[in-house]
Design a protein around this ligand. Structure first.
Ligand SMILES: [Zn+2]
Length: 609
């Protein structure tokens, strides 16, 4: 990957790697994913896999290697003048690494991974009140700038660059990039410098484009409405709606495709620069059961699927051969879940219908994790989770029974079973090394998934967990043991974990994160409810001894998973305080928005329950 990326970036930018030698150092408990120091990139040591890894995990590591290397040009050879142009670092590295993976390596489905992982992250950031424009956000100091290393600066910025390329043409874009990197080498650049270089190369005025795409927050909603008669499309309209609070006139380049029973019925490429355009290329084609706006995921928008499409998905999504379009469908469903447009039950129905036939590694593993941890683990009320977990476990088992031994599918299936199964005999067997699926023998990371499920179910004592830690006497082993102890459904375990998390115990950042991850696991709210009010007092107070970046993660991971009006009231009250540090405030704003999404979903879909 390192060699391939070097060759690719040298060729693309026309500038040799500028810093002599190049080291990549894997660092225990590194807080970020990686850091692009010139000539000496540091990466988190979890990227050195100690057990079985899925294809998407390999892709993610390759992407990080390539991302950091692209910073040698975007960030290190030419550095943004000030943090206001953070996007000149991160959006470019995000875009360039995916481009490199697709063009120069075996990871040709990197944009699919972007759709189901990076853009899902970015759309979440866009839904929060903390959303901001890609560029031109005033950064008063470095600490406030740090809050914007988020899904907007990475994923949305990269999507905006893909739209810029569609707008001016790839050759002209690259020519402008080369000029910018050459003119500003060993110096600083700004948004104005970059736009001037692209304008000179393309001969186009980018003032309006940049205002809409880079300097205005939030996103448009895109949908396609079809009129049908006798099984044929008689009219097709693509509509673009700008958000009320952030009006903008964004041009989009995208395509729209349809399928019925796995057969692609039509695909049209189009641009939209007005509230609506008619898609004449679809008229006269067979009316599809599944219609996917933005099927190649070129643009950045809330994509609304039709009711007919959603109805058809459980039976037909698995037959759509285009992985990129399937990722767009899943991303749209996730967006809909968070916006209370799509019921959790609908998403689980599609999962049950389509997941076991999924062939793309990124969709397979990301959607399994999303279904388990977010759809079931957050959106469903606690009393509905055991049955839903068993349903997921059945999906996992069905795939495990048929997948090629040791393959990514088999590994993803085994992980889903390990995390969701209620079969304690099976789980105890796996935990002690008996009957493990092929490729997972002596895999410490897999064992901890099993142990965590058992711990959460109340099937393990602290001494049991300690014996698993002793058998895996590593940094990862001790971190996982903390998470498992915090997960136990026992008042004493919760009291211990809370004190370890919020007291001055010299816990490392990673230890605090793992305690926070485990803490809110409970069969009912009663067990953890006493800690809701304590969270809003005790966690912000930790800024007296925990650094900003580290504490922001504790705020996020430790936010009360008790989704009630009372939690929302306490959260709103806390945000009224004027003594919160910038990182605590930002993480609380985002977590508060997540809580309100869950409450809205339950209000929408459990009215009669
Ligand atoms: Zn970066």
């Amino acid at each position: 990957m390192t060699k391939q990326s070097f060759d690719y970036f040298h060729g693309l930018f026309g500038i040799r790697y500028p810093f002599g030698d190049y080291d990549q150092v894997f660092v225990p408990e590194f807080n970020a994913g990686a850091m692009e120091n010139p000539g000496c990139v540091v990466l988190r040591d979890q990227y050195i896999f100690r057990g079985a890894a899925t294809q998407d995990e390999l892709l993610t590591r390759a992407n990080t290697v390539s991302h950091e290397m692209s910073h040698m040009w975007f960030g290190d050879l030419v550095t943004m003048k000030w943090w206001d142009d953070l996007w000149l670092n991160e959006s470019f590295a995000e875009y360039m690494s995916h481009r490199c993976l697709v063009d120069a390596t075996q990871y040709s489905e990197a944009w699919v991974d972007s759709s189901i992982e990076r853009k899902v992250w970015g759309y979440g950031a866009e839904r929060s009140p903390s959303t901001h424009p890609v560029a031109g956000v005033e950064a008063l100091d470095a600490i406030s700038a740090l809050q914007n290393f988020d899904g907007i600066s990475y994923a949305k910025g990269a999507a905006a660059l893909r739209q810029l390329i569609a707008y001016v043409g790839d050759d002209r874009f690259i020519a402008g990039v080369r000029t910018y990197l050459t003119d500003k080498a060993y110096g600083n650049g700004t948004l104005a410098d970059f736009l001037a270089a692209i304008e000179a190369a393309s001969g186009r005025d980018l003032g309006g484009w940049a205002k809409a795409w880079l300097l205005t927050a939030d996103r448009d909603t895109l949908r396609v409405d079809l009129a049908e008669a006798d099984g044929r499309v008689t009219a097709a309209t693509l509509t673009r709606q700008a958000p009320h609070d952030h009006p903008a006139d964004r041009p989009h380049a995208l395509d729209v495709a349809g399928w019925t029973d796995g057969t692609e019925t039509a695909r049209v490429a189009t641009t939209i620069g007005s509230p609506e355009v008619s898609l004449d290329g679809l008229v006269g084609t067979a009316a599809p059961d599944v219609l996917v706006p933005n099927a190649s995921d070129l643009t950045w928008a809330r994509i609304v699927l039709s009711g007919k499409t959603i109805h058809a998905l459980p039976g037909q999504l698995g037959e759509v051969a285009d992985a990129q379009a399937r990722a767009v469908v899943w991303s749209s469903l996730i967006d809909g879940l968070h916006l209370a447009d799509v019921a959790p039950a609908t998403l689980l129905d599609v999962f049950e219908g389509a997941w076991t036939s999924e062939t793309n590694s990124s969709i397979l593993t990301r959607m399994a994790a999303y279904a388990e941890q977010v759809v079931v683990g957050v959106f469903l009320p606690r009393e509905e989770r055991p049955a839903a977990r068993e349903r997921l476990a059945r999906c996992g088992q069905a795939l495990l029974d048929t997948a090629e031994r040791g393959s990514t599918s088999s590994l993803a299936a085994a992980r889903l079973v390990a995390g969701t199964s209620a079969d304690e005999e099976l789980l105890h067997g796996w935990a002690s090394g008996h009957g493990l699926p092929a490729g997972l023998e002596d895999d410490g990371d897999f064992r901890w998934i099993v142990v965590r499920n058992l711990a959460r179910r109340g099937a393990l004592s602290d001494a049991d967990i300690e014996s698993f830690r002793a058998a895996d006497d590593t940094l990862q082993g001790s971190l996982n043991a903390l998470m498992c102890r915090a997960s136990r459904p026992d008042p004493e375990a919760k009291a211990w974990a809370w004190e370890q998390l919020t007291g001055r115990n010299g816990r490392s950042n990673y230890e605090m994160n793992h305690l926070a991850r485990g803490f809110w696991a409970a069969p009912s709210d009663d067990l953890v409810e006493p800690y809701v009010a304590r969270y809003f007092v005790e966690v912000p107070a930790m800024s007296a001894w925990v650094g900003e970046d580290a504490l922001s993660r504790v705020v996020t991971l430790g936010f009360p998973q008790v989704h009630t009006a009372e939690t929302a009231r306490l959260s709103a009250q806390t945000l009224e305080r004027d003594d919160l540090t910038p990182a605590v405030r930002r993480s609380l704003v985002d977590a508060d928005a997540d809580l309100r999404e869950v409450l809205a979903s339950r209000a929408a879909f459990r009215a009669g329950a």
